[in-house]
Design a protein around this ligand. Structure first.
Ligand code: SAM
Length: 323
């Protein structure tokens, strides 16, 4: 698009111009997480319908000790990297168990949200004064490049909360393949994944009756208003999701409720929307244990153990890079 007024644009502005200029319109879910989005996500995690957080919390609460021991087996000092760490609500259970093992490590939480990383660092300093923390305010793919440069210690990586589900299957495979090439044989990965289950349970988690997931999605428009000088009228858009149980993907959209033009102070021309045109904002993919086993094997990882919650809603799957 040759609509740009200002010469130096942030990555968010560039991606927005590209995403809203394409068909179908799209914006990456990584842009959900500004200070406002971080707060709304914490409300989502506390909702009764958002079983993901509760399930993974239960796994760490009851099996955290075994996970920590298996993860660090045979390791001396190691780097603990976490992709998309967020507020660390569940990770703190694991950190305690890892500290209990007595093996030395530095924790590298990676997150695109500077705000949440600052909050996390502050809380960790207070709760675990002995823990060495080195936050990385980077996108996953930028963070991948730093992995091999950290030091010669073993890398143990956490990718929790079903963050991997924000990739389509082929993208998840590409990401894990790149990850593998930045690590060494014997390095381990704990992958927290939402499992396929009754579609009604999944649907409610992404379209709750309180309107919290809707507010989370609509915050993208507010963020464009705040940061890019956009003039979205929130009442003219609504939140829509659906779960496709064969692929296991939840699709989230913002729906333009009428034909409209939205101007941006950073662009010369407005972005036009047809009535009921969608902006695709997120996918949240669910897997079966069998699909995870196949993916691990295809990509050259050995599955060490699947840790599931009592409902079998969620799995934390421990993988090791094969020699
Ligand atoms: C769904 S939250 C989950 C947080 C935490 N892992 C949990 O399980 O509670 C996703 C987190 O990943 C971060 N994130 C999303 N996309 C990212 C990306 N492409 N690169 C780095 N961080 C990202 C967000 O800022 C957010 O804190």
């Amino acid at each position: 698009m040759s609509l740009v007024k200002k010469e130096v644009l942030s990555q968010f502005a560039q991606d927005t111009i590209e995403g809203l200029g394409s068909h179908p319109k799209t914006i990456s879910s990584k842009y959900f997480y500004d200070t406002e989005g971080d707060k709304i996500f914490q409300q989502i995690m506390a909702m009764p319908e958002y079983y993901l957080t509760r399930s993974e919390f239960e796994i760490f609460e009851h099996q955290g000790k075994e996970i920590a021991t298996t993860m660090t087996k045979g390791s001396e000092n190691f780097n603990l990297i976490e992709f998309g760490a967020g507020d660390g609500y569940k990770t703190k259970l694991l950190l305690q168990q890892l500290l209990n093992t007595g093996v030395g490590f530095t924790y590298y939480p990676v997150d695109i949200s500077k705000n949440i990383l600052q909050e996390l660092e502050k809380e960790l300093k207070a709760e675990f004064p002995q823990l060495e923390v080195s936050p990385l305010n980077l996108d996953y793919f930028e963070a991948l490049k730093t992995l091999s440069k950290l030091n010669t210690n073993k890398n143990i990586t956490l990718f929790l909360g079903s963050n991997i589900g924000n990739f389509h299957d082929h993208e998840a495979r590409q990401f894990l393949d790149q990850f593998k090439h930045q690590c060494r044989p014997g390095d381990r990965l704990l992958l927290g994944v939402d499992l396929k289950k009754d579609p009604r349970i999944i649907t409610l988690a992404y379209d709750d009756p309180h309107g919290i997931t809707a507010a989370f999605n609509l915050n993208l428009l507010k963020r464009m208003n705040r940061e890019l000088g956009a003039h979205f009228q929130l009442d003219n858009f609504s939140h829509h999701t659906f779960y496709e149980p064969i692929s296991g993907e939840v699709f989230s959209y913002l729906v333009s409720l009428k034909e409209q033009n939205v101007s941006f102070d950073t662009l010369d021309l407005p972005i036009s929307f047809e009535a009921y045109e969608m902006i695709h904002t997120e996918i949240s993919k669910k897997y079966s244990i069998r699909e995870l086993d196949v993916m691990a094997s295809d990509l050259g990882f050995a599955v060490q153990k699947h840790f599931t919650d009592t409902n079998h809603y969620f799995v934390d799957s421990l993988w090791e890079i094969k020699a």
